[in-house]
Design a protein around this ligand. Structure first.
Ligand code: B12
Length: 220
């Protein structure tokens, strides 16, 4: 039964059909499928397929745009379910998150922000195409514990290094921790640029953020 539901989710993203994606997300909720399972096993495979099709030259930019719109609609439907799972608790930490300059990919960043927020973090999402100066100003304004930097392009991931340097130059590092992510980002890259951590997905990002806040407190 779930296989049919996951297939409908995958199909909706591949077809770039936002209405079908929203309907598949609602159906998942009605069937009691946990939202994160729907995302990982239903919608994400569709997104990966579209990315691979684009890389192979079988799909084009408009296909990726429609797929992204469909996935975002599904996330919007699932978000209240994720919120329901959240419990009221003291703020776990303050996070400033954004996609680096030159990069407009936002779905992964949105998902990470959403899960951090349902896990008790105060999240300030700066959006996409964010300059190093804006990151620095937001960290100061919100007294952030952690900065999350998303980059989906091999050409923009170098922006993560620039932002770390800008935070350093502003005298914010340490204590502010930096976590990085996005499809081309790896643990090795995170170490190379002096980030405090990397995660390949949103659940991992939450665990990482908790660890980083714990480490920050221990050092104080
Ligand atoms: C959708 C999409 C788009 C959409 C984005 C729309 C939107 N509103 O976000 C549009 C159409 C705009 C787009 C444009 C382009 N794209 Co595009 N896109 C994609 C696609 C298909 C899916 C990305 C996505 O949303 N995935 C779903 C989310 C949930 O996954 P995610 O982003 O990876 O995020 C997860 C993790 O990475 C991690 N994570 C993400 N951020 C963070 C941050 C932190 C702090 C942490 C800890 C973790 C973390 O957690 C997330 C949740 O699990 C990918 C293919 C792929 N496999 O990634 C190509 C892809 C990223 N795009 C690609 C390219 C080439 C482009 C363009 C240059 C195309 C062009 N010729 O114009 C432009 C660039 C535009 C720009 N300047 O940014 C290439 C990149 C190649 C490369 N190595 O650099 C890819 C890999 C496709 C491919 N296989 O060729 N794209």
């Amino acid at each position: 039964m779930n296989d049919t539901a996951f297939e409908a989710m995958r199909r909706a993203v591949v077809d770039g059909d936002a209405d079908a994606a929203a309907a598949a997300a609602s159906a998942a909720i009605a069937a009691g499928i946990p939202p994160l399972v729907a995302i990982d096993e239903g919608f994400m495979p569709g997104m990966k397929e579209v990315g691979a099709g684009f890389a192979a030259g079988d799909l084009f930019l408009p296909d990726m745009m429609l797929a992204a719109r469909a996935m975002q609609r599904a996330l919007n439907v699932l978000e209240p379910e994720l919120q329901k799972a959240a419990v009221e608790r003291a703020v776990a930490g303050r996070v400033v998150i954004g996609t680096v300059a030159g990069d407009i990919h936002e779905i992964g960043k949105n998902l990470v922000g959403m899960l951090l927020s349902t896990s008790g973090f105060e999240v300030h999402d700066l959006g996409v195409n964010v300059s190093p100066e804006r990151f620095v100003a937001a960290v100061q304004e919100h007294r952030a514990d952690i900065v999350g930097l998303s980059a989906l392009l091999t050409t923009t991931m170098t922006g993560q290094r620039t932002i770390i340097a800008a935070l350093q130059a502003a005298g914010l590092r340490p204590p502010v921790k930096v976590m990085v992510g996005g499809a081309p980002v790896t643990g090795a890259w995170a170490s190379e640029i002096g980030a405090d951590g990397y995660s390949e997905d949103a659940m991992g990002a939450v665990e990482l953020a908790k660890r980083l806040v714990g480490a920050g407190e221990a050092a104080r």
